[in-house]
Ligand binder design. Structure first.
Ligand code: SAM
Ligand code: TMP
Ligand code: ZN
Length: 403
């Protein structure tokens, strides 16, 4: 049943039994691994694309949640620019107040804090929340929902901006979120959120954006429908070049702001493209299966030739790729990742060891699968010496290729 409207959800792809994408394992603790069925479908009534099965939120977001938003220089810049934009546009009143849902390590709010603007990050994962505090960010360790929003407004008053990046799509209980926004947002305030765009996922075959934490896959139309259902209106949409293609949505209380022309333009574009019915996903499903076959053939061929292959970027996305394709340490001997909390652990499901980026050069392998393809430019630049030493990168989106 659709988590937005209660309509019927038609399943269009089943990735099978999958682990939690960010549940990196202690090499000693493997027997406690949790699995669920990762399948995705689309609602026939409101067009929202969503997972079929839901994982309990505290299994995913807790004290030891390992993802640090500040791990990429480019993303740090993206969020500094975002903060500056918000400060220059929606936060110019006498005593503005911004609430960020899912502030993680404070990558965005640290700029707001430095500007001396009133803010609050709501972040359930205690470990990353502590890192945000160390940056001077005010954080409440909680899941944002209706009751928490009511408590925030009682303590701090209404918010001019409620912002979320790569978090709204993580929250199945969208009704509680919108009711919370209704309670907390000032009459002319805005809800601004950015998440991977289903249109880009289909266009670029980035099937690895589908994993436990990514519950919703938004389109302009599905967000517009969802907002309207809760008394809000989509008033602006912006394309973002990060994480393989995202959209930033600006939502206001219904009738309070004139929607920009880009909203209608994007709705028209989506009408031409589809993105609204189960049959629109047939090509995508075929591509996912083809990519799996091509990648496995390539990796098995390289193993047969005695080549050394490692991975780069122990991303949440890579959990879907490795577990769906059946890639284990026999094909990819380890994965390099700079995140301290992932180092020395095993990747979920596949049990491929995670090592520091320094391990790449020790000695350089013949090939490295770039699981963090969304950070390709930054990583390839950092690891230029790998390529110079004759190493080759394997990419699997939009199709399997070697560079
Ligand atoms: N905003 C950062 C970014 O874009 O890099 C962090 C994104 S991270 C993928 C998602 C974050 O949302 C996690 O830190 C998680 O703990 C948090 N989160 C999950 N459910 C939440 C909720 N109900 N309220 C607030 N934060 C939540
Ligand atoms: P993401 O694609 O979800 O942002 O995750 C990127 C992962 O790649 C994260 O675990 C950090 C890692 N990473 C590196 O190890 N080195 C880098 O230079 C970058 C940008 C990311
Ligand atoms: Zn629906």
């Amino acid at each position: 049943m659709c988590r937005v409207c209660g309509g019927t959800v038609h399943e269009f792809f089943d990735f099978g039994r999958q682990p939690l994408s960010d549940a990196f394992l202690d090499p000693q603790g493997v027997e406690h691994e949790f699995f669920f069925r990762l399948a995705v479908g689309i609602c026939e009534s409101c067009t929202m694309t969503q997972l079929i099965d839901e994982v309990a939120r505290d299994r995913m977001f807790h004290e030891a949640y390992p993802y640090h938003s500040s791990g990429s220089v480019r993303m740090r810049r993206h969020f500094e620019d975002t903060a500056q934009r918000l400060l220059d546009t929606h936060l110019t009143g006498p005593d503005p107040f911004i609430v960020e849902v899912g502030c993680n390590d404070g990558v965005m709010l640290k700029t707001v804090s430095k500007a001396g603007v009133r803010h609050l990050g709501v972040e359930p994962s205690g470990g990353v929340a502590e890192l945000a505090r160390a940056q001077g960010v005010r954080v409440r360790v909680d899941f944002f929902e209706e009751s928490v929003a009511a408590d925030i407004v009682a303590r701090d008053g209404t918010a001019d901006v409620i912002y979320a990046a790569n978090t709204m799509c993580h929250i199945p209980y969208i009704g509680s979120i919108f009711r919370g926004v209704d309670a907390l947002l000032a009459p002319d305030g805005v809800l601004v959120f950015e998440d991977p765009y289903l249109g880009d996922i289909l266009q670029r075959n980035t099937f690895d954006q589908i994993y436990d934490e990514h519950f919703f896959f938004f389109t302009v139309r599905s967000v517009q429908n969802a907002a309207a259902r809760f008394g809000f209106e989509l008033v602006d949409v912006e394309r973002l070049p990060v994480h393989g293609g995202e959209l930033r949505y600006t939502i206001a209380r219904a009738g309070r702001r004139e929607p920009t022309p880009v909203v209608a333009e994007m709705v028209a574009d989506e009408r031409n493209r589809g993105l609204a019915a189960p049959s629109d996903f047939a090509d995508f499903a075929a591509s996912v299966n083809r990519i799996r076959d091509d990648l496995m053939n390539l990796l098995r061929g390289l193993r047969a030739e005695g080549k050394r292959v490692v991975g780069y970027g122990a991303t949440a996305k890579s959990a879907t790729v490795t577990n769906f394709c059946g890639i284990g340490p026999d094909l990819v001997s380890f994965v390099c990742d700079a995140t301290p909390a992932k180092n020395g652990r095993l990747m979920p499901g596949s049990h491929i060891p995670v090592r520091s980026p320094e391990a790449l050069a020790d000695p350089y392998p013949d090939y490295a699968v770039l699981f963090a393809w969304n950070h390709a430019e930054e990583i390839m630049e950092k690891e230029r010496a790998f390529r110079e030493a004759g190493g080759r990168w394997i990419l699997y989106v939009p199709e399997v290729h070697v560079v």
